[in-house]
Write a protein that binds this ligand. Structure first.
Ligand SMILES: NC(=O)C[C@H](N)C(=O)O
Length: 480
């Protein structure tokens, strides 16, 4: 079964009418993943025994629908590695809240997708389990860190997948693969069972080819959870109620810093075309400024690495995961961590430990925390007179495999347009804007809104999807 021309609604119809059984759907999905993954390596683990829930109730839109999960989200009894050697054999004995909610809605969990190790990266090239390839061009990266989820959706292996986004990890791969991806408001979706990278920034979200599919999955996974005190008790609206609307009178802010010369021409043109589309349909376009944009990359990498250095202390070779051969206890810690973590993870642990150390704390961590407040204030100010902020997701389209991974500064700078939404905790999405005239690869259009205003994000994304119909295009890299 390939999902390129399916939606959750079309699958629900087929299952309801008996045109296909949920058992058969799971089997066909696994067979297709195995075939497609020979080319793209989107999955770390496929659950060969995946079975639909019993007594399916097709009033649940997700009943019997196979869904893929990023491999940093805990799945009870199904290997969860965060794409790291240090967790290469880790089989959790509990369930993450999002997966428990998907199972309660009777979705079939089909497997775990590839990613950058512990979500640290923007190309899925830091995975211990090999690179994922971009279905639009197999010589290009799928982006990251949720590159496996994005490639799985873009190639039609699944209709929807969960990802996580700390500094752009859902939106950037969604943009590189020509699909939709949404990072909800910080506190909208429980992080219980998400393997922590930077706890004040991490958020679980959804990736799918079509906007409505993500709205339907978010309906299921959002909402309060006793196990995560950072999740809001706010009622979860029906996100599909924001679809099929026009954009007349909508106040749309375009930050001038997001349309600078640093943005590749093909990306800028595709993004400008969507802005013109909104204008032509009655939206009010306002040029605005996010003056602290030039500080977001260093601020993010100090905060995220500091939190990571503390969160990753738990991997000690004793309790779970990889344990190196050693002569004494000190050596167990030292060798397990040295051999278990990859270079990028070690780099961030060292950077973060330094930023938190006695002599450096005030100058780095504290300073970064203060700048973060200024970044948040930039957004609050714009949202006083605007409903959404739009612009590109990334300064470029998917780049060649092995072309940027050894240049950390370049890799980090690539995140400049996505990181701020995490620092401000606001919802943000990427919706396809077409193919770049210069590279022929997909371009993503970013939409951000106030905290807990996913509604406006869905409204604009759905409007753009209906207008440019990018979903009619199929990824060229998979043709034989
Ligand atoms: N995790 C993310 O959201 C991706 C970001 N590029 C990082 O490496 O931190």
């Amino acid at each position: 079964m390939n999902y390129l021309n399916e939606t959750i609604d079309s699958l629900n119809d087929k299952l309801k009418s008996g045109a296909v059984s949920a058992d058969q759907l799971a089997k066909d999905t696994i067979a297709n993943i195995k075939k497609t993954d020979e080319k793209i390596n989107a999955f770390i683990t496929v659950d060969e025994d995946a079975k639909p829930a019993e007594d399916l109730d097709f009033n649940n839109k997700l009943a019997g629908v196979p869904i893929a999960i990023k491999d940093n989200i805990i799945t009870n009894g199904l290997k969860t590695t965060a794409a790291s050697h240090i967790l290469y054999n880790f089989e959790p004995v509990y369930e993450s809240t999002v997966v428990a909610k998907l199972k309660a809605a009777q979705a079939t969990i089909i497997g775990k997708t590839n990613m950058d190790e512990f979500a640290m990266g923007s190309s899925t090239e830091t995975s211990y389990f090999g690179d994922t390839k971009n279905p639009w061009n197999l010589n290009k990266v799928p982006g990251g860190s949720s590159g496996g989820s994005a490639a799985a959706v873009a190639s039609g292996e699944v209709v929807a997948a969960l990802g996580s986004d700390t500094g752009g990890s859902i939106r950037q791969p969604a943009s590189f693969n020509g699909i939709f991806g949404i990072k909800p408001t910080y506190g909208r979706v429980s992080r219980w069972g998400l393997i922590a990278f930077a706890s004040s920034l991490d958020q679980i979200g959804v990736m799918s080819k079509r906007v409505k599919d993500s709205a339907e999955v978010l309906n299921v996974i959002a909402g309060a959870d006793d196990r995560d005190a950072t999740v809001s008790e706010k009622e979860v609206p029906d996100y599909t109620s924001f679809l099929d609307k026009d954009v007349k009178g909508l106040r749309v802010a375009v930050p001038k810093e997001y349309m600078s010369d640093a943005v590749e021409e093909g990306v800028r043109k595709a993004v400008e075309a969507q802005i013109e589309l909104l204008r032509a349909n009655g939206a009010i376009i306002n040029e605005v400024s996010l003056p602290h944009t030039k500080y977001v990359v260093p601020t993010y990498y100090i905060i995220a690495s500091s939190e990571a250095s503390a969160n990753l202390e738990r991997y000690d070779g004793i309790r779970y995961g990889y344990r190196a051969e050693a002569k004494n206890l000190d050596e167990v810690f030292l060798k397990s961590r040295s051999e278990g973590f990859g270079d990028e993870v070690k780099r961030r642990i060292m950077l973060g430990s330094f930023a938190l150390s006695a002599g450096a704390y005030d100058k780095f961590f504290l300073q970064a925390a203060k700048v973060r407040t200024l970044i948040c204030q930039d957004f609050d100010k714009i949202f006083e007179d605007n409903d959404v902020i739009v612009g590109p997701v990334s300064t470029e389209t998917a780049f060649d495999l092995n072309s940027e991974i050894s240049d950390q500064i370049k890799m980090y700078n690539n995140d400049i347009l996505t990181i701020s939404a995490n620092m401000a905790g606001i919802p943000a999405a990427s919706v396809p804007a077409g193919l770049s005239e210069t590279t022929g690869m997909p371009v993503g259009f970013q939409i951000m809104a106030k905290r807990f205003d996913e509604g406006h994000v869905f409204q604009v994304a759905d409007f753009i999807e209906r207008s440019n119909k990018f979903y009619e295009q199929t990824p060229a890299g998979l043709e034989d």
